[in-house]
Every structure is written in C-alpha cells, then in structure tokens.
Design a protein around this ligand. Structure first.
Ligand SMILES: *[C@@H]1O[C@H](CO)[C@@H](O)[C@H](O)[C@H]1NC(C)=O
Ligand SMILES: *[C@@H]1O[C@H](CO)[C@@H](O)[C@H](O)[C@H]1NC(C)=O
Ligand SMILES: *[C@@H]1O[C@H](CO)[C@@H](O)[C@H](O)[C@H]1NC(C)=O
Ligand SMILES: *[C@@H]1O[C@H](CO)[C@@H](O)[C@H](O)[C@H]1NC(C)=O
Ligand SMILES: *[C@@H]1O[C@H](CO)[C@@H](O)[C@H](O)[C@H]1NC(C)=O
Ligand SMILES: *[C@@H]1O[C@H](CO)[C@@H](O)[C@H](O)[C@H]1NC(C)=O
Ligand SMILES: *[C@@H]1O[C@H](CO)[C@@H](O)[C@H](O)[C@H]1NC(C)=O
Length: 913
C-alpha cells in the first residue's frame, strides 16, 4: 500500500530586513514570469502546437528546403571537417516562445505606451521576457521603427571593383542539362516570387557572378559564364515568372542568364617568404575577461617585444584584472589599457562596439603600427613572434579573416543574420525576421582577425562611407556581429582584393561537448564554444607547424596548464632539465578585497574566515581583527590542491599587523557500498556548483556552498569490465536536508558504459544550512552516500550578519515533497527525525559567537586545514612559520613563468625564465 506524506511545513520568521525584501521582490517577479510562461504553455498545448524551446535541434538542410537548396554536392553537409569547423558555431534553435496564443502585447504590464501596435510575435515575447522597463521600451521602440520599414538599409553600394560587369545585364537564353548544369553554384526554388531580379539578388548576396531563372520557379547561381555553344534563341525561354507575368523565367531545361554585377572572387594567397620583408609592427588587441591574471601575464611575456604594442580592453565588470594590469602601463610605454570599457556578453552586439571603439582609439594614438591582431586570455602562440612578423611583413596590407566556407544562405540562417537581435539587460533578445540589405555579398566566419592599418582606418573611420554606415546600423542588431561585420565590409569595399581566407588561428572544437546551448541565458539562440586544449589534443597543435597558423585556442590553465608548458617547450626548444620553479603550479584569484562590485559568494568569505579562526584556535593565537585580502585556488599538475586565504591579523593590545596565508581544502565525504547488482562502477559523486558542461568540471573547486547557492550533483560512472553489453541502470538520488527531511528526488538512467553527467535539482532558496546528505539508490538499496555542506553565513557582502538577518537567511524554505512510503527505509526514523528537526530549528537562530562556533564545527567536519605561512616581518602570533615566499604553495611563492620583470636590452623581449 502506498501512503503519501507531506514532508515539511515550516514557518519562516518574518523579520527579514531590507535587502531581503529586494531579494523577495526578485523572487516574486521570477514567480510571476514563470506563471506567465506556464500559462503560455497550457494555452499553446491546448492549441496542439509544439511549443517547446528545443535547443538541440540543428537546422538540417530540410529546414531550408522549401525555399533554398544547395546544388553544391558534398558541401552542404553538416558534418564539417572538424579542423577549423568554426562555421558550425551557431546552431539554430526553434525557439517558439511567444507563440500564436499571444499575438497581442499586454500593455497593462508596461509603464509606457508603445509608439505603434507591435505585431511581431517574437518581439512581443521579448518585451514580456525582458527584465527592466527600459529594456522593454528599447525593444518596443526599435520594433516600431523596423515595422515601419525605414530602419534597415534596403540596398547598399558595393565598392569592390567589378571589371565593368553590370548588375542585371541579360546574357540571353541558354540550354541547360540535368546532369551538367550551366550554373551549378547554388539553387533555390521561389514558388511564388521568382523573377530575374529576385534571383539576381540572391545570387549576388551569395557571392556569385551569374544568376539564371528556369522552369518558372527555379533560380540558379554560378561562378562561370555560360558557354556560347549553349546559347538558344530567346523564344526558347518562354515560361512566365511567378512574380511578374510579363517577364520570362526560362523554360523546360532552358535558362535566362544574367550578370549579378560582381566578379568571381579569389581570396588572396598569403606569401610565405618575401624578398623584401618589411619590419612590421603589430598591435595585439587583447580583449580580456575573467580573472586568469597569471595566464594573461604569461601571454604578454611570450609575445612582448619593444617593437610591438599591446592595447588591452578589460570587460568593465572585471575590476581585478583591470587593476592588476594597470601597473604594466607605467612600466612599458607600448602597453596600454583602454578606459572606454564595455560589458560584453557572449554573441552580443556590444562586442563589435567595443572592437570598433578600440580601433578608433588606436588610430588616434601616436603608435606606428601596421596590423591589429585580436587575442583573448585563452589564446596562445604556436609560433614565435619573429615568425609572425616575417609572415605579416611578406603580406603587407592584406587582411586575414576566416570565412565559413559553405553555402552563404545556409550560413545566414545558422548565424541568425536574418533576425533582429536587441541587446539590453545583458541579454540578446530575438525580435523577429528581417531582410538583409541587397547589393552586397554576405560573408562571415570566425571572429579572430588580423587587419591592416589601411583597412582599420577605413572600417573604423569617424566618417564612414555609405557601405560602412549602413552595415553599422545592420550589425548593431546582429548576433555574433564580429563574426560577419569585418568579412562583409572587406568583401564589398575597395579592399576586397586584400582578403586572405585565414585567421591564423587553430581552434579546438569539440562539438559534442561545446554545443550544449550553454548560452541560452544570455541569447535567444543556441551557440557553441570551443574546448580548452589538453595534452591529448597535442596533435592538433603540432599539425600547425607546417601551416600558416600562429595561434591556438582555447587555453585555460585552471583546466589544464600542462599543455601550455608542453607548447612552450616545443616553441622555444626549452630544456626542462633546467627545472623552472613551480612550473606546474597555478594560482587563480577568486576574491580580492580591493575588487569593486562584490562578485564573490558570501559562503567563500564565511568559510575562509572559519578556516582562519580554526587555525588560530589550534595555534592558540588570539587575534581580534582579521581582514581577508585575497583568496586563491591553488592547482598543482592540473588538479586542485587547496584554497588559499591571504589575510591580515591585528592583535588589539599591540596593534601589530601581520600578514599570513593559510590553506584548506574540502574533505572527501563519499561512502560507496558494493553492489553486485549494479552494472557500473561509481567513479565519483560530488555536490558542488558552477558546473561547466563543456569541460565537465565544477569550477567551484573548494565546494563552497551557502544558503543561496545552486547545488549541482556531478556523477561519473564507468564500465566494470569492457566490452560490456549496454545495460540500463535506473538510479534515484535523495536530497536530505540537515533537518532529516527529503527535499528532492532526482532520477537518472545510465545507459552507456562511461558517463559524466550532472543534475541540478530544483531546490528552493534559502537552503537550510548544515550538513546535507545525498543518497544514491539503485534497486531499493543504497549504493552511495555523499555529505555536503551548506554553510551558515557569518558574512554578507563582507559584513558580519546581524541578528535580524540570521533568522531569515538560515531559516530554510517552506518545502513540500511528497513521496511514497517505500522510501521510508532510506530516511531517518521518526524519533531521530524529530530531534534533527528540532536541532536545525534551534541552529537557525544561532547568532554572534554562537553562530561562529556552529560554522567552525561544520568546517571541521567538511574541511581540512593545511599549512600557514607568514608574509610580513611582524608576527603577532609569534608563530615562527615559514615565509610565504619560501614555500612552494603560497600565492606569494615564486612563479617565474608569469613574472614580468625587466626586458633584455639586446633582444627587446623578455628572457622567458
Ligand atoms: C523610446 O522612445 C520614446 C519616444 O520616442 C523615448 O522618449 C524614449 O526615451 C525611448 N526609450 C528608449 C529606452 O529607447
Ligand atoms: C576579438 O576577441 C574576442 C575575444 O576576446 C572575441 O570574442 C571577438 O569576437 C574577437 N573579434 C574580433 C573581430 O576581433
Ligand atoms: C598539494 O600539493 C603538494 C605539493 O605542492 C602535494 O605534496 C600534496 O600532495 C598536494 N595535495 C593534494 C590534495 O593534491
Ligand atoms: C597581548 O595579549 C597577549 C595575550 O592575548 C599577550 O600574550 C601579549 O603579551 C600581549 N601583548 C602586549 C604588547 O601587551
Ligand atoms: C528504467 O526506468 C524506465 C522508465 O522510467 C523503465 O522503462 C525501464 O524499464 C527501467 N529500467 C530498468 C532496468 O529498471
Ligand atoms: C623558529 O623555528 C626554527 C626552526 O623551525 C628554530 O630554529 C628557531 O629557533 C625558532 N625561533 C623561535 C623564536 O622560536
Ligand atoms: C639577453 O639576450 C641575449 C640573447 O638571447 C642573451 O645572450 C643574454 O644573456 C640576455 N641577457 C640577459 C641579461 O639575460
């Protein structure tokens, strides 16, 4: 018999304070939005319409079939060669939020009146989903302009010299053959609106010099002029065009052929050696984000030469990196940080704004440069700068961009170029379809570029010509604008003859991992990202040796640093027997007291403070004032080793200030039971947060979770023996809170032998602090149990919590989970449950020293302390411990690979070690 139970009903103390009112307000809005979205779903479902955001859908050729079709055999396959297959960067998603069920804007929800009646359903959906009224208004303003039809340029000039070819010039009627097409570049079928004009536009846009209409509705594009032997009398082309019955659109295997006005495009082939190489000067335009300071320094160090320049844009939200790099500006005249900083998001329009802004500034500096080359913190050179200089010197005034290398129409669709995207509220909102401007070829591909000064002067001019001006309007509302803007300008400007189809980069695409729609929260589209290089990808790097490739991406030392070491050894033929100090260590700052804008989780501060208290208690040192200066995660040979907290301790009676650094790391709290019934081996089971699906790792290395964290379970199974027939194993995970209540059940089915996966349960915040238990159940027995800590907070935004805050943030949520009695045996018995529940209620009220004692007790169960070192001369505790700079683990230990010292006067570069 099944009985149903209500697990928890608990009352929440209502004395929360102002900041949590805000929090609650946000929660309220989220709930409203969700209610709104779910009301959508119900309506849509009753409509019988498929209304799911379906992120994994890849637009196959069928999607485009009814309008366009590729005739280029073997080129239209999605199975791109993975080598440089950046063209697959964006997958189309069939996001149909805001379906027909809501074709009207609910004006009552807006605090402004739209200037027109908005009818585009995608725009309506975006307006309702946007968070702020300002953003809603921006979307609505722009949508009205676009609906008016006056916003986007409809035609743009093409300044690429065309040898006097005339757009629209008729070449006459020709005989076509099924097995040997006269025009075989591209094919489309316009059932309702075929005409020479429409076909010419399409072929021009796709980059073909010839267009032909046939059999009334068909449009063909081609590169080569039709042979005169196939010429027929005009009367043989006698079918009417659907768009205009006065015009002929070919006939049965006869075709009217026209010039599109552009000539056949040949990308330039880069020269490798030149008899007269110019000593070029390069600007490395570094666009940086994140906190990987030591990798950035390492990159600068390896690229630096007095002849070149570094122009650095640090995302406006990244105060740490900006502050730390500012000192380089004082040290080196050829390193400069732009003060015009932007908040860029993945795929956002702001990216192009930022790049153009940097380029404009570069043109106005007194630096004498020849090329701008775009890099980020995750790039690394695979050839020396000297070789890059030789190469660019032999190719003066050329421009290096990489094209998608496939069907243009297909690229346009995959990239969403035919949609308007509006960036606000740090999101790219898709607001509807649009026409691309006619008269120009559309091109795009990778957003890694190397541009000549002449071209930058043209494209980033303060007085843009009609082409650039029009494209700037268009690309201001484009997803991933940097992947097409420069390409398209280049192809249609007088610089078209300087186009080299090579961006000098090799990119580590692993689509199985990198295309998980991981940017849904910032864009209404599915995007892909390349993976970090690891030693197993070495061949890809090695293969660049004989090719015109100078950089590889991505590298992230927090994921893997061994490959960077390997790369440098290879690059500089460096002998490792010289043994560089701490070469395999990596320090990553996760908090710095000087950071503007608190972006660290309160649990990190609370746990770090607890670590310090616990250490001092064991050392019998009494310090009344502790101030955390910086927190790092420390990695050795690519595995997390410990978390380091650098702090000042002041003893009140002497007011002596000392600086120490202390390490600590989480204990393993996993217990695995053997079961002959379970067909796989459990390799690991971890509860953490910040799971990175692409690299399959949690970036919360210290597993620090607080009441407002979003815990994620990461599981890793492997086959017991291989080869093994595929077996399905159904597993349940029970999430049990410190009050012994079942909060959530997650279910997963393991099907293949080797699986790393994750589950993010829908837990309501604030989570009840204390020791949580996760039980893994298979065939009604417990296979594993992992305990994890949701730490009570001693600090909020770096201030000690007040008594009124405590009752709210540590009170947990009202939770209900119904379950049937068969799970009873996995949960504590009634008596135990009652006492644990009582305990958690009394714990949640603890405050002051009592609260700190509770946190420290939990810290002791979940973390172990490592060594402490001293960084100052004064030693308030009289600890007599090692100086931090003499250890091999402190963040103050020597790190020659990232240390920027003096340049070598002879070479003008840094001696690497
Ligand atoms: C939208 O347009 C109105 C009226 O033209 C203007 O007052 C307002 O500032 C605009 N708002 C935004 C966010 O663009
Ligand atoms: C430049 O670099 C950033 C990465 O930091 C990249 O996202 C951007 O699109 C690049 N684009 C161009 C055109 O330089
Ligand atoms: C941390 O690194 C040290 C060497 O620096 C090593 O001896 C120790 O075993 C490492 N600890 C862990 C948990 O990896
Ligand atoms: C400060 O207090 C500690 C005990 O807490 C004591 O050992 C030390 O001598 C005092 N120092 C001074 C300068 O009074
Ligand atoms: C696993 O669960 C699914 C349904 O959730 C069921 O169809 C399947 O038979 C189960 N497999 C095993 C091995 O229990
Ligand atoms: C500090 O420790 C070192 C050895 O670790 C010892 O030689 C020295 O005497 C100690 N100094 C004090 C003041 O205790
Ligand atoms: C500077 O570089 C030159 C050439 O590589 C080298 O011989 C010399 O030792 C370096 N100078 C210093 C001070 O390291």
């Amino acid at each position: 018999m099944k009985k149903t139970k209500m697990v928890v009903i608990r009352t929440v103390d209502n004395r929360w304070i102002k900041r949590y009112r805000i929090f609650f307000g946000i929660v309220g809005i989220i709930v409203l939005v969700q209610l709104y979205l779910s009301s959508f779903k119900i309506l849509a479902d009753s409509d019988g319409k498929e209304n799911k955001w379906n992120p994994h859908k890849i637009s196959g050729p069928e999607d485009a079939e009814n309008s366009v079709n590729s005739a280029r055999r073997g080129k239209d396959s999605l199975a791109v060669d993975d080598e440089d297959a950046r063209q697959d960067k964006v997958q189309k998603s069939s996001n149909k939020q805001g379906t027909k069920s809501y074709t009207k804007l609910r004006i009552e929800e807006l605090d402004f009146k739209p200037s027109c009646e908005i009818t585009t359903k995608e725009a309506i959906s975006a307006i309702h989903r946007a968070k702020t009224q300002k953003c809603k208004q921006e979307i609505s303003n722009l949508t009205c302009l676009i609906q008016n039809g006056l916003f986007y340029p409809t035609v743009l000039p093409n300044y690429c010299p065309n040898d006097d070819l005339i757009a629209g010039k008729s070449l006459g009627c020709f005989k076509d053959e099924k097995s040997f097409r006269i025009l075989r570049g591209y094919y489309a079928n316009f059932k309702n609106n075929n005409s020479p004009e429409n076909c010419i536009r399409l072929c021009l846009q796709s980059g073909f010099p010839y267009a032909g209409v046939q059999y009334s509705t068909e449009c063909f594009c081609g590169i080569d002029e039709p042979p005169s032997v196939a010429r027929l009398p005009d009367s043989s082309c006698n079918m009417k065009c659907p768009a205009n019955h006065h015009l002929a659109c070919g006939g049965y295997f006869t075709i009217n052929v026209y010039q599109t006005g552009i000539k056949k495009f040949y990308p330039q082939v880069a020269t490798i050696v030149s008899t007269d190489p110019k000593p070029v000067k390069i600007v490395f335009l570094l666009t940086l984000n994140g906190r990987a300071l030591r990798q950035v320094k390492r990159l600068i160090k390896t690229l630096y030469n007095v002849n070149h320049y570094f122009y650095i844009h640090v995302d406006v939200r990244q105060d740490y990196l900006f502050r730390e790099l500012l000192s380089l500006e004082k040290q080196f005249p050829n390193i400069r940080l732009t003060r015009k900083r932007y908040a860029t998001i993945w795929g956002g329009a702001s990216l192009l704004k930022m790049l153009l802004s940097c380029m404009k500034e570069l043109l106005h500096l007194d630096w004498k440069w020849d090329f701008v080359l775009n890099l980020s913190e995750s790039d690394y050179p695979v050839k020396t700068v000297n070789r890059l200089v030789e190469f660019l010197g032999a190719n003066m005034n050329r421009n290096f961009v990489k094209s998608h290398g496939r069907e243009v129409q297909r690229f346009i669709q995959k990239q969403g170029l035919d949609k308007t995207f509006i960036e606000c509220d740090t999101h790219m909102w898709r607001t509807g379809d649009r026409q691309l401007p006619w008269g120009i070829q559309i091109d795009g591909g990778s957003d890694w570029i190397a541009l000549s000064r002449k071209f930058v002067n043209y494209v980033a001019s303060d007085y843009p010509d009609q082409l650039v001006e029009g494209l700037l309007v268009f690309f201001k509302y484009t997803l991933l604008p940097a992947e097409s803007f420069f390409h398209t300008v280049l192809r249609n400007s007088k610089f078209c003859g300087t186009y080299v189809d090579n961006n000098l980069h090799v990119t580590n695409w692993k689509r199985r991992l990198g295309c998980k729609c991981q940017y849904k929260h910032v864009v209404d589209w599915c995007g892909c990202s390349p993976n970090d290089f690891k030693p197993e990808d070495w061949l890809r790097i090695q293969n660049t040796q004989t090719r015109q490739l100078f950089f590889a991406r991505k590298f992230e030392p927090i994921i893997n640093q061994a490959v960077v070491v390997q790369l440098e050894e290879w690059l500089y033929s460096y002998d490792f027997s010289k043994s560089i100090l701490n070469i395999n260590s990596y320090w990553h700052s996760i908090y710095n007291a000087l950071d503007l804008g608190q972006n660290v989780d309160d649990s990190v501060i609370s746990i770090s403070n607890s670590a310090i208290r616990s250490k001092f208690r064991s050392l019998k040192c009494n310090n009344d004032l502790i101030k955390i200066k910086e927190i790092h995660t420390f990695h050795v040979s690519d595995s997390y080793n410990r978390t380091l907290v650098l702090f000042e301790a002041t003893s009140l009676n002497s007011s002596v200030v000392s600086t120490y650094e202390l390490g600590f790391r989480p204990r393993k709290r996993l217990v695995v039971k053997k079961s002959p019934e379970f067909p796989y081996r459990l390799e690991n089971l971890v509860v953490s947060s910040e799971y990175d699906q692409k690299e399959q790792i949690s970036r919360n290395f210290g597993k620090m979770l607080g009441p407002y964290s979003e815990p994620t379970l990461i599981y890793h199974f492997s086959s017991v023996s291989s080869p093994e027939p595929t077996k399905v194993a159904n597993i349940s995970f029970l999430w049990i809170d410190p009050g012994a209540r079942l909060i959530e059940i997650s279910e997963v089915s393991i099907e293949d032998g080797y699986t790393i996966g994750h589950i993010k349960p829908n837990l309501k915040q604030p989570l009840l602090p204390g020791s949580w238990t996760l039980k893994m159940i298979h065939k009604s027995s417990i296979l594993a149990e992992v305990k994890f800590l949701v730490t009570p907070l001693s600090h909020i935004s770096n201030n000690l919590v007040s008594q009124s805050q405590v009752s709210f943030i540590h009170g947990g949520s009202e939770l209900f989970k119904e379950y049937d009695g068969t799970l009873d045996k996995f949960l504590p018995g009634n008596n135990q449950r009652e006492s644990l529940e009582m305990l958690s209620i009394s714990n949640s009220k603890r405050f002051g020293q009592d609260l700190l004692d509770w946190i420290d007790a939990l810290f002791g169960k979940f973390y172990t302390l490592e060594s402490i070192c001293i960084a100052s001369a004064a030693d308030t505790c009289g600890l007599n411990v090692t100086k931090c700079s003499n250890t091999n683990w402190s963040s103050l230990a020597p790190d020659p690979k990232s240390h920027i010292g003096k340049i070598n006067e002879t070479t003008g570069s840094f001696d690497l070690w």
